[in-house]
Design a binder for this molecule. Structure first.
Ligand code: ATP
Length: 415
């Protein structure tokens, strides 16, 4: 059977993955064989999400009715029912269904009625609590299809510590990254000298290590010195795979979807108040799109600022409110960075001035004239390659460049 669960947490606490980890240990105690555990990220633009729009799916062998009862009992005991936007959903199916609903929830939007309709066609046992919205994520996680996948090891705190300061030795996280990158990533942000895999929220997560396989995240974990976790679980996930992206065309984008698209820079990038940088891109048919690099993307904004009109780029990111929130950018071709100014006088070597529109240049000192400006080719600081936001600003689903840049999924290591 596959058990899907979603929407059990609120900003005040809990985490659906923790509830899943507790359920897994209860299933094992009850004699179930747990085959695989998935942490599935869905459309990052869904407004009801608490944090990262995650749902979980547990594949296990055992009695379906008993599995459903154990899952519902865990949700009823642990979910944050008081949260205004906490609407848990539990679903259990006998076999993995067609992935269409997963793709819709990952790249688009779904309604609660659509989730209930697919659960009916799958012959699922399901229960939605409060407004039942969690059934969307529960059904999507069950139907998840992972042609490319990564692993995450999540460690959870003892309930007596929840809401208190997390005891960690920061240095050990940098050691883990140094020993295992690029097979693990986003443990720390080396450029911004920050530990990124430890949340600051009151939820049960102590840390999460992301990597190519269970073996690599386990190795990275072995370097960490922290308070004693109460529970640890490794998940197979769609994080770091770009699974949320669809090919897009500027001028034909739909709000709330995430795209990979091509464009030409049409204006010098502008830095706004608060530090966000706006890059204006033009598509093939002349439609334009502002692409944004916000303040948390730190040094990535310098890459954007170094672009000039005429540069051809590919970009990835979410389209929301008329602009694209940049995740990655590929410089494909670079325009010549040319500066023109009045030439030096050939007679007296002083700088000439304009002699009027279309009149060339004139030396104010000796009267010498010149028709041509001084033209200088400036050295570009960029290279024709992909650039990405730093770890501190990376979205869960965004594929880090250390995993490769090809459009096809990189080979999935044994999970
Ligand atoms: P956490 O990451 O801490 O588990 P969260 O960010 O996953 O929290 P949820 O509390 O699960 O947030 O809330 C997301 C809600 O949005 C869920 O009810 C889920 O069913 C629903 N949802 C997920 N994807 C979609 C979608 N594509 N369209 C509509 N609703 C969605």
């Amino acid at each position: 059977m596959i058990i899907g669960i979603d929407d059990t947490d609120s900003r005040e606490g809990m985490c659906t993955t923790y509830l899943g980890a507790v359920l897994i240990s209860r299933l094992k105690k009850a004699g179930f064989t747990v085959r695989e555990v998935r942490l599935i990220r869905l459309n990052p633009n869904v407004k009801f999400k608490t944090r990262g729009n995650a749902a979980i799916a547990i594949e296990a062998d055992g009695d379906l009715e008993e599995g459903f009862a154990l899952a519902c009992a865990a949700v009823e005991e642990l979910a944050e029912f008081d949260g205004v936007e906490t609407n848990p959903g539990v679903a259990v199916v006998a076999e993995r269904p067609d992935p269409a609903f997963y793709h819709q929830a990952l790249q688009d939007f779904c309604t609660i009625a659509e989730a209930e309709a697919v659960l009916e066609t799958w012959g699922a046992r399901y229960r939605g609590y409060k407004n039942r919205r969690g059934l969307i994520g529960a059904a999507a996680a069950i139907a998840s299809d992972l042609p490319d996948s990564t692993a995450e090891l999540l460690a959870y705190r003892d309930p007596s510590c929840w809401g208190t300061h997390r005891q960690i030795d920061e240095e050990s996280f940098f050691t883990a990254e140094a020993a295992t990158f690029p097979q693990t990533w986003d443990t720390v942000d080396t450029v911004n000298s920050t530990v990124v895999c430890v949340p600051h929220t009151p939820d049960p997560v102590l840390f999460g290590i992301r990597g190519v396989s269970p073996a690599w995240v386990t190795l990275a974990r072995s370097y960490l010195e922290t308070e004693l976790p109460a529970l640890e679980q490794i998940y197979r996930t769609n994080q770091g795979t770009d699974a949320h992206l669809v090919e897009g065309v500027i001028g034909r984008l739909l709000d709330g979807r995430s795209y990979r698209l091509d464009g030409t820079v049409t204006a010098v990038p502008v830095t706004g108040q608060g530090g966000h940088v706006t890059l204006l891109l033009e598509g093939e048919d002349g439609a334009t799109l502002p692409a944004m690099a916000y303040e948390p993307t730190k040094g990535f904004r310098d890459i954007i600022r170094a672009l000039i009109p005429g540069d051809q780029v590919a970009v990835t990111g979410s389209y929301k409110g008329g602009s694209l929130n940049l995740e990655k950018l590929q410089v494909r071709t670079m325009a010549d960075a040319v500066t023109r100014r009045p030439p030096l006088c050939a007679a007296c070597t002083r700088r000439m001035t304009s002699a009027g529109r279309g009149q060339g240049y004139k030396c104010r000192h000796c009267g010498e004239k010149s028709a041509e400006p001084e033209v200088k080719m400036q050295q570009r600081t960029l290279a024709c390659r992909w650039y990405e936001v730093p770890s501190v600003a990376r979205r869960h689903l965004a594929k880090p460049l250390c995993r490769g840049t090809g459009p096809a999924p990189d080979p999935c290591p044994e999970q």
